[in-house]
Design a protein around this ligand. Structure first.
Ligand SMILES: [Zn+2]
Length: 235
């Protein structure tokens, strides 16, 4: 279950969303081209701007809207061991609950997760059992795994610094408009992701942050399109 918070021109609306409802909110948002970003706690933030006709200079009113989905049970940090267990469960359509020495375990075709770990995965709401008796990952677990695999950062700009002797054309910078007492200014900032799939560079940190946000939205959109937007889903 998620706490749903909707920001709209009339104010803020709070509600609850179960997993099925959350999936439909996310797939609809992607279809409409809204920005969707998974959060490390296992939720998601959807943002978009709605333009309507109004009495402004260019004849439109633009309003920022958002929907935030926050899980009742945040996933917390996922250790490599837990990630491996979740990969086993998520990758095996035969994963199901079984009993071993009177305790509940998760069993796949060729593997078994011990009772203690099974209890912990359940307590953390990382797994659930569907109608067909299959044990699968919760939406919260999948969003949390995604966001935690794509933790991004931007580097501190060098700022004012002395031209390095090692830099070719070292003194050329002294004649640039940006010089200050022989110093060079470098506001550039790199945009990086833990997945290794992002190597962006912004002329300043704000631009680098836009690059990391765009990357997180891109991977979330791809996840929703490939894994949540089932061909059966309509409208
Ligand atoms: Zn990434």
């Amino acid at each position: 279950m998620f706490r749903e918070t909707i920001h709209h021109p009339g104010g803020v609306t709070h509600g609850h969303a179960n997993e099925r409802h959350a999936v439909s909110i996310l797939t609809r948002a992607v279809r409409r081209g809204y920005a969707v970003e998974a959060t490390p706690s296992g939720g998601a933030l959807i943002t978009w701007t709605r333009a309507t006709f109004g009495p402004t200079a260019d004849g439109t009113i633009r309003a920022d809207r958002s929907i935030s989905l926050e899980p009742f049970t945040p996933v917390g940090a996922i250790s490599p061991t837990t990630r491996a267990d979740l990969a086993l469960i998520g990758g095996d359509p035969h994963a199901h609950y079984a009993e071993q020495d009177g305790r509940r375990v998760i069993s796949g075709l060729v593997w078994r997760i011990p009772a203690f770990t099974t209890a912990r995965l359940r307590a953390r709401s990382l797994i659930t059992e569907d109608e067909a008796g299959r044990v699968r990952l919760t939406l919260t677990a999948r969003l949390g795994l995604l966001a935690q695999a794509h933790r991004t950062r931007t580097t501190e700009p060098a700022g004012w610094h002395r031209p390095s002797a090692a830099t070719p054309y070292g003194s050329a910078g002294l004649n640039r408009p940006g010089r200050r007492a022989g110093m060079l200014h470098d506001g550039g900032s790199a945009a990086l992701c833990a997945c290794g799939g992002l190597a962006g560079y912004g002329s300043d940190r704000a631009e680098a942050r836009r690059l990391t946000a765009a990357h997180r939205r891109e991977v979330t959109t791809r996840f929703i399109t490939e894994h949540l937007a089932a061909p059966l889903a309509t409208a």
